[in-house]
Ligand binder design. Structure first.
Ligand SMILES: N[C@@H](CCC(=O)N[C@@H](CS)C(=O)NCC(=O)O)C(=O)O
Length: 215
């Protein structure tokens, strides 16, 4: 099984953390997005959207990071990351859906406007887009912070795929200037996820360099 990815991208990071946690036997093939290394036929043949990460298992190709995480957990499980119990699994699926449909919208805007634009030399951040994102970021952060008041991890006492997926949205919260400082429960939970071996093992080596480039 082969994973094409770019470790500093938060979409790849959440999949790499899943691979590490599951100790999954996966060949990791890094393509540097900043150098366009993913735009080669060998990789592009597997994804009509042209994006990473991509998992290739024999003649089956899978893209979309959350779908890849679910597939890995099924292939290398059973694991508490993605419980087999129907209701527990539905809870994980619910938060994965929330991450994609709600949280990712403002966090991706902060990431692009405040961190990627300076790195890619794409001009100044757009204040109108940031103002709009701040509103929906607050809505999401309030929900998450309230939920985490009484939950150690997103789905209770056990770490699940939902933690890796949601935590990856905050992986660059500081350099992307996300307004998360007043959400104590979110920050404490993020630290719990960051301290798991799988997350810390897969923290990209050039994170510090990336952060200083953007700040
Ligand atoms: N929804 C996708 C997003 C993947 C994505 O946007 N990947 C970006 C990097 S973060 C990418 O490969 N961009 C390269 C390009 O568009 O050429 C997922 O969760 O996998």
């Amino acid at each position: 099984m082969r994973l094409y990815c770019f470790p500093p991208s938060h979409h790849s990071w959440r999949v790499l953390a899943t691979v590490a946690h599951l100790k999954a036997d996966v060949d990791v093939e890094v393509a540097n997005l900043l150098k366009g290394e993913h735009k080669v036929a060998e990789i592009q043949q597997h994804n009509i959207t042209g994006r990473l990460p991509i998992l290739v298992d024999g003649d089956f190709s899978l893209w979309e990071s959350n779908a890849i995480m679910q597939y890995l957990a099924d292939r290398f499980g059973p694991s508490s990351l993605y419980p087999e119990d129907t209701q527990k699994r539905a809870d994980v699926n619910r938060w994965l859906a929330w991450q994609m449909c709600h949280l990712a919208l403002p966090t991706n805007t902060f990431l692009f406007q405040n961190m990627l634009k300076p790195i890619l030399d794409m001009g100044a951040p757009d204040p109108a887009k940031l103002e709009e994102a701040a509103e929906s970021f607050k809505d999401c952060a309030v929900v998450l912070d309230r939920h985490l008041q009484t939950n150690k991890f997103i789905c209770g006492d056990e770490l699940t795929l939902a933690d890796f997926s949601i935590a990856s949205c905050f992986a660059y919260a500081e350099p992307a200037k996300m307004p998360w400082s007043s959400y104590d429960n979110v920050q404490a939970w993020y630290q719990r996820v960051a301290q798991t071996p799988a997350w810390s093992e897969t923290t990209p080596e050039w994170e510090a360099e990336t952060i200083s480039a953007a700040s």
